[in-house]
Design a binder for this molecule. Structure first.
Ligand SMILES: [Zn+2]
Length: 244
């Protein structure tokens, strides 16, 4: 553990001296995944990281902004250049390719829904539930759920029920889960809400591209009606139907 902390401190120091842009992405305290290189069952080491002199970016005591008729949306990757993929394999979602360590921010005011801090993905079994690796989902004040996965770290303060604001850092981009074999990216999904653990809905149920493109360009576009329409079209919930 001592050695692990040393390595983390060292890499943080390198980040600070290396690039002003990346310093922004490394502020705050995060639980990091270090399992991406391991070949066997993925043990995940969690270690808090605080960069000296940098205030935490997570505002645990911030009261939720009251729901308004004009919800504000922001692009979910901050501090780095990133564009949303305009298609996705097999089910609706977008892969937003960005360097490892970019901020995954809440696209909307809301509350944290589900958090996964452990990378359990095994390429031999490729279990659908585990493909996201480290992930955070938020239910917005608009009633829509937003999901980001393959994170390299999750903010230590980010817990289910926590009130968050649009633009607040939830974690850092990476390539945990099935992205272990791809370049780092944020898998981003939009869906209706479900009971906890319904990962086949949470991973994405409505094409997010039009919304991501709008938010990327600073335009406001709400997915509320599209999500309601998608839920009606999906019909009765009978568990995972594709790419399970
Ligand atoms: Zn994806």
């Amino acid at each position: 553990m001592k050695r692990s902390l040393w390595v983390i401190c060292l890499s943080a120091a390198l980040v600070i001296t290396g690039s002003g842009l990346i310093v922004l992405t490394a502020t705050g305290a995060f639980d990091r995944s270090e399992s991406s290189k391991s070949a066997g069952p993925a043990p995940t080491t969690s270690a808090p990281l605080t960069v000296p002199g940098e205030p935490s970016t997570t505002a645990t005591s911030a009261p939720p902004r009251p729901a308004s008729t004009t919800t504000r949306y922001v692009f979910p990757v901050g501090g780095c250049r990133a564009d949303a993929s305009q298609s996705h394999h097999d089910y609706p979602a977008s892969d937003i390719f960005a360097a490892k360590g970019c901020k995954f921010v809440s696209p909307v005011d809301g509350r944290v829904d589900e958090v996964n801090r452990v990378d359990s993905w095994d390429p031999k079994t490729n279990v659908g539930r585990d493909r996201g690796g480290l992930s955070v989902s938020v239910v917005g004040v608009d009633g829509v759920r937003y999901y980001g996965s393959h994170l390299s770290a999750v903010g230590t303060d980010i817990k289910p029920g926590l009130a968050v604001r649009a633009g607040q850092t939830l974690g850092l981009t990476g390539n945990t889960g099935s992205a272990r074999v791809t370049p780092p990216h944020l898998h981003f999904g939009i869906s209706w809400t479900t009971p906890a653990g319904h990962w086949w809905i949470r991973r994405g149920a409505v094409s997010p591209q039009a919304f991501l493109n709008a938010w990327h360009d600073g335009r406001q576009l709400s997915p509320v009606s599209m999500v309601a329409k998608g839920k009606r079209a999906y019909g009765v919930e009978r568990g995972c139907r594709s790419y399970c």
